[in-house]
Ligand binder design. Structure first.
Ligand code: NAP
Ligand code: GLV
Length: 337
């Protein structure tokens, strides 16, 4: 006997913060939309109250969509995350409750790879330190010893995670003729064929790479994957970049690595307890810090908003959303799966 399937009917959508106009307009053309417009993140009591009055939620990275929020969403059928990473959502619990979770992969890979390279270059060539020096009126003469950094041409790039964003970072490395080592669950034949990349274990990658860049999702398996024992294997001239998720790294260990000169520097777009930053990171000159802006270009943020909106619209029309995180939940609806 076939299990009873629910109708994917959506009437009311809650958006937990301002998103680009293109996504808002699309949603407004189909549903009754309530968009929270105050400072982010949406205050928890308000989120708990308002999630009870919608069938679909557009959530942002800073929202903790945990069991309590999901249970408060008595009519909730779909959570459309305005991001590719879904570590802010208790996906397992949503699935048990029969709630579909969608995300926005691929459209942000190039922009995030660009920001990754911006950090690699800024740290290697000490761009931010130079900017501070100039603004402080300390640029007095061309100096052969001033702000020497690291060359990149011919150096080894180590990618921890070699999916969509890791691959986009690898493509750009060709400009610096960098051999590539990568760590991933599965082999990546395209990377190996076109970029002569070599799959290695984590200790080998940390020992041999000159630039190490993280591109994993944050999961139970990757939480604190990077700790002192790996960081200690890095070359003292090496640069570490994280545009994935802060909690993949034990941040206190990274601070020690930077303070004690185990590595040359770091570029960080994400933090273990963001928006709180480890206070000692703020003291360090060999670190470049950005406020989780990996995908923050006009066109990419438009594409993410459009995709987040279309995921809800397609679902409500009984079609498969563009990107479903938990297909098991989708199977519970009268919807293409
Ligand atoms: P993706 O295409 O799914 O790639 C993820 C990679 O991580 C794959 O190579 C995957 O291996 C590997 N991986 C996953 N779990 C692993 C594990 N337990 N052990 C070893 N390797 C593992 O994801 P993406 O689109 O590149 O995005 C990656 C992450 O970047 C997102 O999850 C998000 O957290 C972050 N991100 C940040 C920003 C920002 O603004 N800073 C923007 C976008 C994304 P397999 O392919 O072998 O499974
Ligand atoms: C941003 O961090 C994303 O996961 O899209």
């Amino acid at each position: 006997m076939r299990a009873h399937k629910r109708r994917p009917a959506i009437e009311r959508v809650l958006i937990t913060g301002k998103i680009p106009e293109v996504g808002l307009r699309l949603l407004q053309a189909h549903f009754a939309v309530r968009q929270y417009e105050g400072p982010l993140p949406m205050p928890r009591p308000q989120l708990l109250e308002e999630v009870a009055q919608c069938e679909a939620l557009v959530s942002l990275v800073a929202d903790r969509i945990d069991r309590e929020v999901i249970q408060a969403g008595r009519s909730l059928k779909l959570i459309s995350n305005h991001a590719v990473g879904v570590d802010n959502i208790d996906v397992a619990f949503a699935t048990r409750q029969g709630i579909v979770v969608t995300n926005t992969p691929a459209v942000l890979s190039e922009a995030t790879a660009d920001l990754t390279w911006a950090l690699i270059l800024a740290v290697s060539r000490r761009v931010v330190e130079g900017d501070r020096l100039v603004r402080q009126g300390r640029f007095t003469a061309w100096d052969p010893l001033l702000l020497r950094g690291q060359d990149l041409v011919g150096k080894t790039l180590g990618l921890v995670g070699a999916g969509r964003i890791g691959s986009a970072v690898a493509r750009r490395a060709a400009g610096w003729q960098m051999p590539i080592l990568y760590y991933s669950r599965t082999a990546k034949p395209e990377l190996e064929k076109h970029h002569s990349a070599r799959k290695v274990d984590l200790p080998t990658l940390f020992e041999q790479a000159d630039v190490i860049s993280l591109h994993l999702p944050l999961t139970d398996q990757t939480h604190h994957l990077i700790t002192a024992s790996l960081l200690k294997r890095m070359k003292p001239s090496a640069v570490f970049v994280n545009t994935a998720r802060g909690a993949i790294v034990r941040e206190a260990d990274l601070v020690r690595a930077l303070e004690e000169g185990w590595i040359a520097g770091a570029g960080l777009d994400v933090f273990e307890h963001e928006p709180d930053i480890h206070p000692r990171l703020l003291e360090l000159s060999n670190v470049v810090l950005t406020p989780h802006i990996g995908s923050a270009t006009y066109t990419t943020r438009d594409a993410m908003a459009e995709m987040a909106a279309k995921n809800i619209i397609l679902f409500s029309q009984g079609q498969k959303p563009l990107s479903v995180v938990n297909p098991e939940a989708l199977a519970g609806f009268e919807c293409e799966s």
